[in-house]
Design a protein around this ligand. Structure first.
Ligand code: LLP
Length: 419
């Protein structure tokens, strides 16, 4: 059984007592430390660090990161509006989205920056804002992810303009009189740091052919170890390895490129935990499994069922209870056989019993590594379960609620009764 980095058993009990379960807890100290690490990413000629807010877009977290010096990457017009609502200045928000925002014009007029992720997006933006500047997202031809589903570079990915279409990019810019001053890449999440560096070098080669580019965004994607055996990316090592390439580029082309990075996972993954309760047990006999059921599941944490992602787990019995170790397949509360919280690594369909402690109904189970793409990426309201609350653990140990539990009434509030 693993320990959860910032939440011990005693504090988990306090959280459950105060807010009920399931509930997400985020740790301010871990968030602030991660922000400092990202802001120290080595760079030859200047850095902008953005938070890929899709990973955890709660207003309190955005405000905390803004105070720490981060800017933001939004993955839709709605997400950009959400950042504005949280009080983030428009000039600190960039949109890198698969779908053109319906209110693109209004957002850009407020000062939000735009990354064109396809030729259609580029032409649409250029027609709306002739004479302006923008960034283009390029698929550099290669990618890497923690699973195939999170590899977003190469010919099998629809993200960004294919690197062999630069002539069309330049022609569109000329036709509409816009300047491409930024190039953006993001090649996947949780992939191989060697491939990341290789793609950064390929990107420099692409920037060489886009003569007005002065900023290169290398995206996010830095891996974070959530369980033993996984390895956290070393930002210092990755950034330092690229310094000579940026210096050589400046010598050769006379352009001192400003770089951007935009991690989501790295900034929040290990700053979050999900506190749940044990609600039931089912055993399928000697040839089967011992299942432990929780009052959470894919409605709060989808990553295990989607990617076979591994999250640490800590069983918390009542204070003073001594329990021997015991293994369970941990499952969620949804009527869905895929709602498995202990799948095989990278194998969402495999059942992998996890050693915990012998559990009883009413015990708590804390799931770690739940800061990134958990509260923001749930199978929301499936089986009509309401969205869970979020709590911030402050540096002085106090717990502040930053999102309320969804009122079950609101699950159906947009429905219209007929007949
Ligand atoms: N920039 C862009 C344009 C992106 O699409 C993403 C993630 C990021 C930055 C941040 O990537 P990160 O640093 O978090 O790896 N839901 C998955 C990951 C897919 C994220 C999609 N885009 C997960 O739970 O691992």
């Amino acid at each position: 059984m693993e320990s959860i980095l910032f939440l011990d058993a005693a504090r988990a009990r306090v959280v459950a007592e105060q807010f009920g379960t399931p509930v997400y807890v985020y740790d301010r100290a871990t968030l602030e430390r991660a922000a400092r690490e990202v802001l120290a990413f080595p760079n030859a000629f200047g850095l902008t660090a953005r938070f890929a807010m899709k990973a955890l877009p709660s207003a309190a977290v955005l405000r905390l990161f803004h105070a720490a010096g981060l800017k933001f990457d939004a993955s839709s017009g709605f997400e950009a509006e959400r950042a504005l609502r949280a009080g983030i200045p428009a000039g600190d928000i960039q949109i890198t989205a698969q779908e053109l925002p319906k209110n693109l014009k209004g957002l850009v007029e407020k000062g939000v920056r735009f990354t064109a992720c396809s030729l259609h997006q580029l032409r649409t933006y250029a027609k709306l804002f002739p004479g302006s500047t923008l960034t283009v997202r390029i698929n550099p031809g290669k990618g890497s992810g923690h699973s195939n589903r999170t590899n977003v570079g190469g010919p099998g990915s629809s993200f960004g303009i294919w690197h062999e279409q630069l002539d069309e990019v330049l022609a569109a810019a000329r036709e509409y009189g816009v300047k491409i001053t930024g190039m953006h890449t993001h090649i996947g999440s949780g992939g191989d740091p060697e491939v990341w560096k290789h793609c950064a070098r390929i990107s420099l080669g692409i920037v060489a052919r886009l003569p007005e580019v002065t900023t290169l965004s290398l995206g996010g994607g830095f891996k974070v170890a959530r369980v033993a055996g996984e390895k956290t990316a070393n930002l210092q090592e990755i950034g330092n390895a690229l310094l000579p390439d940026f210096r050589a580029f400046a010598e050769k082309y006379g352009r001192k490129l400003h770089i951007e990075v935009e991690p989501g996972t790295y900034l929040v993954a290990n700053a979050g935990a999900l506190v749940a309760s044990v609600i039931d047990f089912v055993s399928t006999g000697a040839e089967g499994y011992d299942f432990l059921k929780l009052d959470t599941g894919m409605t709060d944490i989808l990553r295990p069922s989607m990617y076979g992602a591994q999250h640490p787990m800590m069983l918390v019995p009542p204070a003073g209870a001594a329990r021997p170790p015991q293994s369970y397949v941990v499952v969620g509360h949804c009527c869905e056989s895929g709602d498995i919280l202990t799948p095989g690594p990278g194998e969402p369909e495999a059942l992998a019993p996890r050693e915990l402690l012998r559990a009883e109904i009413g015990d708590l189970l804390v799931i770690g590594g739940a800061g990134a793409y958990c509260s923001s990426m749930p199978a929301k309201n499936y089986n009509s379960f309401p969205e869970s609350p979020e709590v911030l653990l402050e540096n002085d140990g106090t717990l502040r609620q930053i999102r309320r539990r969804q009122d079950p009434q609101t699950v159906t509030e947009n429905e219209i009764l007929i007949l």
